[in-house]
Design a protein around this ligand. Sequence first.
Ligand SMILES: C[S@@+](CC[C@H](N)C(=O)[O-])C[C@H]1O[C@@H](n2cnc3c(N)ncnc32)[C@H](O)[C@@H]1O
Length: 252
Amino acid sequence: MLKDDNKKTAWEGKVGEWYKKSVGIKGNYYHEKVILPGVLRLLEIKAEDKILDLACGQGIFGRQVNNLYLGVDLAKTLIDEAKKLDENPKHRYWLGDVSKELKSSIIFDKGIIVLALQNIKKPFGVIRNFNKLLRKGGELVIVINHPAFRVPKHSDWEVKNDKQYRVIENYMSPLEIPIETSPFDKKDNQISYSYHYPLSAYFEMLASNGFMVEKIEEWISPKKSEGPMAIIEDKARREFPLFLAIKAIKNG
Ligand SMILES: C[S@@+](CC[C@H](N)C(=O)[O-])C[C@H]1O[C@@H](n2cnc3c(N)ncnc32)[C@H](O)[C@@H]1O
């Protein structure tokens, strides 16, 4: 069984139930409008590709593809939900810690980790697993909250003289940031964790595990504001990306 400190990052209990509901069958607003279309475009999936999805949650991505697919996550609640929702006989879901060595007899062509590397205490271990389980020339797509602009509890909006600024308190220092699910109700509270690293750390993790970054994309929110602040809010949305997508190739 899962014994160590890493298991505190599994989205179990109230966090898992909340995530299961908020993401639903098709994914949340950002999954649907930005992330899934972006990941599918970057991955350029072919029918014969075998796909590895680490920290797959309830299998939002798996249900988009008809390939041989393996999803792994540390939260039993979410893996059970993924198995329930996905009837594709080519799909498998495993319970496991993706920051520790994973063993599989299959070598994969494409790897993804979506909105999750930032929730894992030891992200280096995750990239090591991709190195081990992807073929040479295999492609990895990572999507994270943009670390230059979104540092939970350490970045915010500020409006001054009719301009909206993004203010960042910390960037270079790695951080473990506890996030309360119900900050105003101590009894009902449960903590999930976010881990912040600067961009250079992600590139270092990839380079030292045999990956070459082919491209990055910075994805903005397509939402539009209404009311008196709409112009400056929409401008800020266009200027400050929400998500960073990295496509990397395993060195051949
Ligand atoms: C924000 S959710 C994203 C899930 C999914 N990729 C999606 O887009 O819906 C973060 C996921 O990371 C998983 N997770 C956190 N630490 C993990 C670990 N060490 N091993 C495997 N999964 C982990 C959580 O259980 C949770 O499902």
